[in-house]
Design a protein around this ligand. Structure first.
Ligand SMILES: *Cc1c(COP(=O)(O)O)cnc(C)c1O
Length: 484
C-alpha cells in the first residue's frame, strides 16, 4: 500500500491530526494583506505519522545511493562519506550559527575555515585560497573572472581561452560566461593535449588554457612542463580544473608544477554526500602573483582573531557571506581524520581500483586509449553497438538490474559510446569483482539475447522514461493531467 503517491494514501476523514486551537488573539487575515492570502484551501495529503514515515523510507529505498550500492559514476568521485563528517557538521554549535552574528561570537567556525584553507594549500601547493564558490563550475567562473581582471589591469586585450576537446562542458561554459571566446584544442592519439595544436593556437591574444589533470579520460597530462612553457612564454595563464584531485592528493601539488589557478570540488575529493545536485563547495586557489584578485577569504590577525577579508584587487564576492560552510566543516573533518599519509594512500587506492577494473574488462569492452590511466577508465561500447546493436545506454540500463548505479555515459565527448568508470578508493575487491561479473554477463547477454539488454531495466519502478519528455514536463504536471 505504500507503493503509491502520498496523495493516494490521504484520508480526509481519518482524523489523525490534532492541532491545538489557535491561541493567538489576532486572526491570520488581520496580520497579512489579503492579496497575499490563499484564495483556496491547499490540497495537502492527510496521513498518519507512521504512514508518512513508511512512505518516505520506501521512496528512499527506490533511490540508488552510496549506502545501498556501488556508484561508479565517472568524473563524479562518488566515494564513501564517513559518518563522522556528518556527525561533526550537524553539531548544533555549527548549524545554529547565523552569518550576521558578530565576528567575535563565531571565531570557532572561522578558525575551522582558516585551518581548512591552510590544509588545502598544503595539499595543492598554492599560496592563497578562497572557499567562497559553491560548485566546481562556480570555481571555474571565479578563475576566469580572476584571469580576466588580471589582464585588464595589465591593459592587455586577451580574448581567447584554450580548452582541450576532452574537457568537461562546464569549462567552455565558464570561459564564455566570463566574456572569453573558447577555442578547442585537439587531443593526440594518447589522449593528452596535442602540443602542436596548442602551439599553433597560443598567441598574445590568448589569456590562457584550462586543463583538467588527470584529464577526463583518466590520463595524467604528462607534458605539463612543456605546456607551461608554451603558454607562459606567450604571457598566458594556466587554469587547472581540479575535479580529479582524487587521483593526486598527497602525491602531486599542482601549484608546484606550473599551474596558476585551481578549483577544487570539496564535494568530490574531500567527501561530502554528492550526487543529488548539491550543495557543494568549489574553492579556488592561486599562485602568489594572483592572490590579490581572489574573492574574500579568512585571514588571521596578529592578535589571533579570524575574519573574512577582501584582498586588494578582489574580483568581489561570488556568493553571500562565506559560501557553503557546512560542506567546509565536512571537508575539514575529512582532512583531519585522513592526514597527509591517509590522503596519498586514498589516491593510490583510487588508481589501483580503476586499473583493476580496466585490466579485468579490457579484453571484453573496447578500450580506445590504452596508455596508463589514473583513477578512472573510459571504455567504449562501439564494438557492442556495431556487432550486436546493443548501445552504451542499453548496457548502462542493464547494470541497474544487477543492482549497480550506471557509470557516466557518452562523456567525454571524444569517445564514441563512452562508458566512464570511476570506482574510487573506498570500494572493496569483492564489490569491484561483482561489478566486473555483471559487466561480463551483460557482454554475454548482448551476444545471446540482445533484446534482454535493450529492454532493461526490468527491476526498477519504471523502465525507460521518455528522457526528453521528462526533462520538459515535470512529473507533477503529468500527475495533474492524469488525475484531474
Ligand atoms: C564535476 C566536474 C566539474 C563541475 O563541477 P560541479 O561541482 O558539478 O559544478 C567540472 N569539471 C570536471 C572534470 C568535473 O568532473
Amino acid at each position: 500500500m505504500y507503493d503509491r503517491l502520498i496523495f493516494k494514501l490521504s484520508d480526509e476523514n481519518s482524523n489523525i491530526v490534532s492541532l491545538p486551537e489557535n491561541q493567538f488573539p489576532l486572526k491570520v487575515s488581520e496580520c497579512i494583506k489579503s492579496d497575499y492570502l490563499r484564495k483556496e484551501e491547499t490540497s495537502l495529503p492527510v496521513v498518519s505519522e507512521i504512514d508518512l514515515l513508511r512512505h518516505f523510507v520506501l521512496l528512499s529505498n527506490k533511490n540508488h545511493h552510496l549506502q545501498k550500492g556501488f556508484y561508479p559514476l565517472g568524473s563524479c568521485t562518488m566515494k564513501y562519506n564517513p559518518v563522522i563528517n556528518e556527525d561533526v557538521s550537524s553539531n548544533p554549535k555549527f548549524t545554529k550559527l547565523h552569518p550576521y552574528q558578530d565576528g567575535d561570537d563565531v571565531q570557532g567556525i572561522l578558525q575551522i575555515m582558516y585551518e581548512l584553507q591552510d590544509m588545502l594549500l598544503k595539499v595543492t601547493g598554492f599560496s592563497k585560497i578562497s572557499l567562497q564558490p559553491v560548485a566546481g563550475a562556480h570555481g571555474e567562473f571565479t578563475g576566469m573572472m580572476i584571469i580576466s581582471d588580471y589582464f585588464k589591469r595589465k591593459n592587455e586585450n586577451r580574448t581567447k581561452i584554450l580548452i582541450p576537446d576532452s574537457a568537461h562542458g562546464t569549462n567552455p561554459a565558464s570561459a564564455t560566461l566570463s566574456g572569453f571566446k573558447a577555442v578547442q584544442i585537439k587531443s593526440d592519439q594518447n589522449g593528452e593535449i596535442d602540443l602542436e595544436d596548442l602551439e599553433k593556437n597560443m598567441d598574445e591574444n590568448t589569456a590562457g588554457i584550462m586543463i583538467t589533470n588527470p584529464n577526463t579520460l583518466g590520463i595524467f597530462e604528462s607534458r605539463i612542463e612543456k605546456i607551461s612553457h608554451i603558454v607562459h612564454s606567450k604571457g598566458g595563464l594556466i587554469y587547472m580544473d581540479g575535479a580529479n584531485m582524487n587521483a593526486l592528493m598527497g602525491i602531486v601539488k599542482p601549484g608546484k608544477i606550473g599551474f596558476d589557478i585551481l578549483h577544487l570540488n570539496l564535494h568530490k575529493t574531500f567527501s561530502t554526500p554528492h550526487g543529488g545536485g548539491g550543495p557543494g563547495a568549489g574553492g579556488v586557489a592561486v599562485v602568489e602573483s594572483l592572490k590579490d584578485f581572489l574573492p574574500p577569504y579568512i585571514v588571521k590577525f596578529e592578535n589571533g582573531k579570524y575574519s573574512l577579508d577582501y584582498p586588494e584587487k578582489s574580483i568581489g564576492s561570488l556568493h553571500s557571506f562565506y559560501g557553503n560552510v557546512n560542506i567546509m566543516v565536512r571537508a575539514w573533518a575529512y582532512l583531519k581524520v585522513m592526514g597527509r599519509d591517509g590522503l596519498s594512500e586514498a589516491s593510490k587506492m583510487a588508481i589501483v581500483n580503476a586499473n583493476y577494473i580496466k585490466r579485468k574488462l579490457q579484453d571484453i569492452y573496447d578500450l580506445p586509449y590504452k596508455n596508463e590511466t589514473m583513477h578512472e577508465v573510459v571504455f567504449s561500447g562501439r564494438k557492442h553497438k556495431k556487432d550486436y546493436n546493443v548501445t552504451t545506454l542499453d548496457i548502462a540500463k542493464r547494470l541497474l538490474d544487477y543492482g549497480f548505479h550506471a557509470p557516466t555515459v557518452y562523456f567525454p565527448l571524444i569517445v564514441s559510446e563512452a562508458i566512464m568508470i570511476e570506482p574510487t578508493e573506498t570500494e572493496s575487491k569483492e564489490t569491484l569483482d561483482s561489478f566486473i561479473v555483471a559487466m561480463k554477463k551483460i557482454d554475454e547477454e548482448a551476444k545471446s539475447d540482445p533484446e534482454k539488454v535493450k529492454s532493461a531495466p526490468t527491476s526498477t519502478p519504471i523502465s525507460r522514461p521518455d528522457d526528453i519528455y521528462a526533462l520538459k514536463n515535470l512529473f507533477v504536471n503529468w500527475y495533474r493531467e492524469n488525475n484531474g
